[in-house]
Design a protein around this ligand. Structure first.
Ligand SMILES: CC(=O)N[C@@H](Cc1ccc2ccccc2c1)C(=O)O
Ligand SMILES: [Mg+2]
Length: 368
């Protein structure tokens, strides 16, 4: 695929409500979008890096810089690049997986639009809609948490994920479980806030029949997660720790995880995400699609990925209005607890020009 250039866009998207996790509070999404310009079609990719390197070492300005100075030039120098060659062309540049994932997704989207093939069809989707879970932030009080959960259940969300941290864990989970009953699909996400010394507290969560506990320990604590797995009954799911299929293989072999949260940006792209899906499936291990508060661009690709057969748990593929009053694309809506997989060529969605222009804070054109 001949690339004539990449456009980098920064887009400021206010959140409908502050979103608090163990690593901080977000009130707006600072999105880095990549548009791949080719003679046949334009393609879009979303870089999921946060504005600050609080979830992982990448951050939006850094991703824009590494794309501008090191990644885009390599793709231009490679001449015509097929989507499944992008990762190997960029491999000599160490790390920067979220930046690389955005470029690969934009090239893949352009290539698929030119061929009239959907993202889902290309990845191997077997469903035309996927169940959508919702991630609920840390709240000031338990009554406020219960109100928020009640609101999401009223909207029809089939799975609730609660952010936890030391001091906000057993009691909120106990309150949600006792208020909404034992049949509620309920899980927690610590975003690496605990250490092995907290095993006793984490073991108290075993009483609540959780689907999983996500990333209780540090992202480089693979051995410690394997030790924790011997001390608690709740299945451990890894997020931040899994940056490649190799990491997934290590985690499964070590017994550090029984479930994997797949985030295409975190693992370097949708093609690596599919490889992790295939590996987990071969081991009989469930995966689900995580979320990074993506706009409709990243959300469309995530929903297509979540339609693969091994995605047997609801993901954080919430409707657009979970985060944004106005999405960049036609909004993803919740219908009987599911969101539809776009069926059109490529992502099947495109940014709404007037919305994009209204929310864009900067645009950079990188000519081939
Ligand atoms: C839906 C969910 O919980 N996502 C992440 C955490 C997270 C939280 C806040 C974010 C703010 C800006 C960008 C990415 C973010 C990711 C997770 O699963 O761990
Ligand atoms: Mg997580």
């Amino acid at each position: 695929m001949k690339i004539t250039g990449f456009e980098l866009r920064r887009v400021a998207m206010p959140l409908v409500a502050p979103f608090r996790t163990s690593f901080g509070v977000e009130t707006a999404r600072d999105v880095l979008l990549v548009r791949a310009a080719t003679p046949d079609a334009d393609g879009w990719g979303e870089c999921v890096a946060m504005r600050e390197p609080l979830y992982s070492p990448e951050y939006a300005d850094g991703a824009a810089d590494v794309i501008t100075r090191f990644l885009a030039p390599r793709l231009f120098a490679a001449g015509s690049v097929a989507p499944d060659r992008v990762a190997s062309v960029l491999e000599p540049v160490r790390g920067h997986r979220m930046a690389k994932a955005a470029l690969e997704a934009a090239v893949l989207d352009a290539w698929l639009r030119a061929r009239g093939e959907s993202f889902g069809a290309h990845l191997g989707a077997v469903r035309d809609r996927v169940p959508a879970g919702v991630s609920v932030g840390i709240m000031d009080t338990i009554p406020k948490l219960l109100d928020a959960v009640a609101g999401y259940l009223d909207q029809g969300y089939p799975r609730i994920k609660l952010k936890i941290e030391p001091g906000w864990d057993v009691e909120p989970v106990r309150a949600v479980r006792s208020r909404f009953g034992d049949d509620l699909l309920l899980q927690v996400d610590a975003n690496a806030a605990y250490t092995l010394a907290d095993a006793q507290v984490l073991a108290r969560l075993d009483d609540f029949g959780l689907l999983l506990i996500e990333q209780p320990l540090a992202e480089d604590d693979l051995r410690q997660h394997a030790a924790l797995a011997q001390l608690i009954r709740t299945p451990i799911c890894l997020d931040e720790s899994i940056e490649s299929a190799k990491d997934a293989a290590d985690a499964l072999m070590l017994g550090a995880a029984r479930v994997i949260n797949i985030k295409p940006g975190r693992v370097g792209g949708y093609l690596e995400a599919k490889r992790i899906h295939d590996l987990a499936r071969a081991h009989g291990v469930a995966v689900w699609c995580g979320g990074m508060l993506e706009s409709g661009i990243g959300r469309a690709a995530n929903v297509a990925l979540a339609a693969l057969p091994g995605f047997t748990l609801p993901g954080d593929t919430s409707a657009s209005d979970r985060y944004f009053a106005q999405d960049l694309t036609e909004p993803f809506v919740l219908e009987e607890g599911h969101v539809r997989v776009p069926a059109g060529p490529g992502l099947g969605v495109t940014p709404i020009p007037e919305v994009l222009d209204d929310l864009t804070t900067s645009t950079t054109w990188l000519p081939a």
